[in-house]
Design a protein around this ligand. Structure first.
Ligand SMILES: [Zn+2]
Ligand SMILES: [Zn+2]
Length: 167
């Protein structure tokens, strides 16, 4: 176990709220008492996530679906499927990417950047420590994204190019 993943004493939220840039879509995510904030925090550097987010690294926090609720109408919500069975939820008014979800699982990977700032400032480490899985590190950009995740943290997955992600 690395030094960082042995850290357990950090502020953990019971609940967070978040939403899209225009405010049409708002959500709440509740975390159970035994939620693992280290294992549930990860990132992805695949080309799909880069194009979807416009960022070099998609920082995600996986929350149980049972604790996830929309606080607003979802009229402007659309799920885009870059791969069948994997939702990429976004607001059709402002374009904000909100979550990624494997439909075969009972959880949802929240785009941490969409979490409300008051929660990010207080619980940013719990949500974005990257101690879980850091995916598609084969796409790392040397000197830019290679030092940000996976070193001393979590599992660094270097997926192959066979899976249709690098274009
Ligand atoms: Zn919006
Ligand atoms: Zn990805």
């Amino acid at each position: 176990m690395s030094e960082l993943t042995s850290i357990t004493d950090f502020p953990k939220p019971k609940t967070v709220t978040g939403g899209c840039l225009c405010g049409a879509i708002r959500y709440q995510a509740n975390f159970p008492e035994d939620h693992d904030f280290l294992k549930s925090s990860g990132s992805c550097q695949c080309t799909q996530c880069r194009r979807n987010t416009g960022a070099l690294i998609f920082v995600a926090h996986t929350a149980p679906l049972s604790g996830f609720t929309f606080l607003t109408s979802t009229t402007t919500l659309k799920n885009f499927y870059a791969t069948p069975g994997f939702q990429r939820g976004f607001c059709t008014d402002c374009g904000s990417f909100l979550y990624w979800r494997d439909e075969s699982r009972q959880d949802i990977a929240l785009a941490v950047g969409g979490v409300d700032p008051e929660f990010l400032s207080k619980f940013g480490f719990a949500l974005a420590n990257a101690s879980g899985n850091n995916v598609w590190c084969e796409n790392e950009i040397k000197g830019v994204t290679d030092g940000l995740v996976g070193k001393q943290r979590g599992v660094k997955w270097a997926r192959s190019s066979e899976e249709g992600v690098r274009m």
